[in-house]
Design a protein around this ligand. Structure first.
Ligand SMILES: NC(=O)c1ccc[n+]([C@@H]2O[C@H](COP(=O)([O-])OP(=O)(O)OC[C@H]3O[C@@H](n4cnc5c(N)ncnc54)[C@H](O)[C@@H]3O)[C@@H](O)[C@H]2O)c1
Length: 479
């Protein structure tokens, strides 16, 4: 059987499903192929983000934060809640319910928009044909005017720590622990390591994070990264920098980790070990040999600025192509490509993609870091404002962190915004809008921010760029 579509999308993660919906909205006959099967053996849409990534991890982060707050911080507010306990299976059940609701929601959106879903594995053949192999092994070929590959990424595995059934796990396994491990090891002090390490630490695990690099959150603005490390350490995460895991040995229900740092070789024993050392693009079985689509030297599908691959009419988006591996980046690329296919002018701005680490407090950034500006020789000025001087932060009992704004020394144009603080992931959109609209720090400073809000720290940081902050003594006073 052969079916013809204007657009065939391979993959229904936040890149693929968004691309498919937008293409259908634009009047294009669209199909979307997804092979994901959940724990119950059911075909589901949503990819990594909805099934085992962004959403389930946030459900656990929220639950563990509430538990931690009830146990340790309620007293500050005058609330007595002795004997607070955590029901881990119930927390996991709630997480699973949210996932089911959201993945089912995409199926409904496909229906509402007229996207034809196919369950199975999509493989690009020559001539913009796509073969779909169903879960029962049957095959059919779809013909397409345009193909969008959105096959995503998978966790990197490392030889010293091969995954086991339930002791050495990846980020997916760490979302389904049935009880809090007493001792938890985490390999990789990146985004996933800090988020999942936080979840289980708040629930009572003794957590050690092994990070191979000497610098903590090396890609981040280092003034912010230092504060984050201090805060997480205070919360109980033991962060070992310059620590490379060289071997693991599972003994019954525990695992011994061997790691090397500047002081030599050490060993530490854990009940569970999470491996989160990055993700790699997933192209296995997605491209036939004669498909004509080239990969780059790191295994990503090679694309131009408009996400076009080496084959005209074949596009690739999201984690399988260059750029940050972030759901919202994938979605925006999906919309951009759908618009391009429909003949519209569309472009993605890679300079204004926010990144958030959902620890408590959150860490969020957009644009350039101070280190990047220094390295590029760009003249800049900074405005920093601490949450400790924000009334709402005091009322909320979370005065940790700061907002930092970097602006061009001569033009005053906002070049970067970095926030460590409660709700930083929401506040960072001030920076995204500033970058998109090429605002100056003065533009932000001249806006009226609601009081009392945490966002006032953004306003004050913008004022501080030129030494005008109201609620702190400015280091440099300017007119
Ligand atoms: N909140 C979010 O936006 C979010 C959440 C989860 C994942 N993600 C994305 O998923 C991707 C994967 O996340 P991640 O945390 O796995 O990767 P990452 O790249 O953020 O961090 C991996 C870390 O592991 C370290 N590492 C590598 N090998 C090691 C070893 N042998 N021993 C010790 N440390 C080692 C690296 O130096 C690095 O710091 C990232 O691109 C991330 O952006 C984003």
């Amino acid at each position: 059987m052969s079916d013809k579509f204007d657009v065939v999308v391979i993959g229904a993660g936040p890149g693929g499903y968004v691309a498919a919906i937008r293409a259908a909205q634009l009047g294009l006959k669209t199909a979307c192929i997804e092979k994901w099967v959940n724990k119950e053996g059911k075909s589901v849409l949503g990819g990594t983000c909805l099934n085992v990534g962004c959403i389930p991890s946030k459900a656990l982060l929220e639950a563990s934060h509430k538990f931690h707050e009830a146990k340790h911080d309620f007293d500050t507010f005058g609330i007595q809640a002795p004997n607070v306990t955590m029901d881990v299976p119930k927390m996991i059940e709630r997480k699973d319910k949210i996932v089911t609701q959201l993945t089912g929601g995409i199926a409904m959106l496909f229906k509402a928009n007229g996207v034809t879903p196919f369950e199975g594995t999509g493989k690009l053949l020559a001539g913009k044909k796509v073969e779909v192999t169903g879960h029962d092994g049957s095959t059919q070929v779809l013909e397409a005017e345009n193909v969008i590959i959105a096959s995503g990424s998978v966790p990197v595995e490392i030889p010293p720590a091969p995954l086991t059934e339930d002791i050495i796990v990846d980020s997916t396994g760490a979302l389904d622990f049935t009880a809090t491990p007493a001792r938890l090891g985490v390999i990789g002090g990146g985004v996933i390591g800090l988020e999942l390490g936080s979840v289980w630490s708040r629930l009572g695990a003794e957590v050690t994070v092994f990070e191979a690099m000497d610098t903590f959150l090396a890609a981040m603005d280092q003034q912010i990264a230092k504060e984050v490390k201090k805060s997480l350490t205070k919360q109980g995460l033991q962060i070992e920098l310059g620590a490379r895991v060289t071997a693991t040995q599972v003994n019954g229900q525990e695992v011994e980790v061997t790691y090397a740092d500047a002081k030599g070789e050490h060993k530490k024993v854990f009940d569970k070990l999470i491996v989160c050392v990055g993700r790699k693009p997933y192209t296995k079985g997605v491209l036939s040999e004669d498909a004509g689509v080239s990969l780059d030297e790191r295994g990503f599908i090679f694309v131009d600025d408009q996400c076009q691959t080496s084959v005209p009419g074949v596009y690739a988006i999201g984690d399988v192509v260059r750029g940050p591996m972030l759901a919202h980046k994938a979605s925006e690329e999906g919309v951009t490509v759908a618009e391009i296919i429909a003949g519209h002018k569309a472009q993605m701005n890679y300079d204004a993609i926010p990144g958030v680490i959902y620890t408590f407090p959150e860490v969020a950034s957009v644009g350039k870091t101070e280190e990047e500006l220094k390295a590029a020789g760009v003249p800049y000025k900074t405005g920093v404002f601490p949450f400790s001087a924000i009334g709402r932060a005091m009322a909320n009992n979370c005065t940790e962190g700061m907002v930092k704004i970097l602006a061009h020394e001569e033009t005053d144009r906002v070049l970067g915004m970095h926030i460590f603080g409660q709700n930083a992931g929401e506040m960072i959109h001030n920076g995204v809008i500033a970058l998109e609209f090429a605002s100056s720090a003065e533009d932000l400073a001249l806006m009226c921010f609601a009081h009392p809000t945490l966002s006032e720290a953004v306003h004050e940081a913008a004022l501080a760029v030129d030494g005008h902050a109201i609620h702190m003594a400015n280091r440099k006073k300017r007119k």
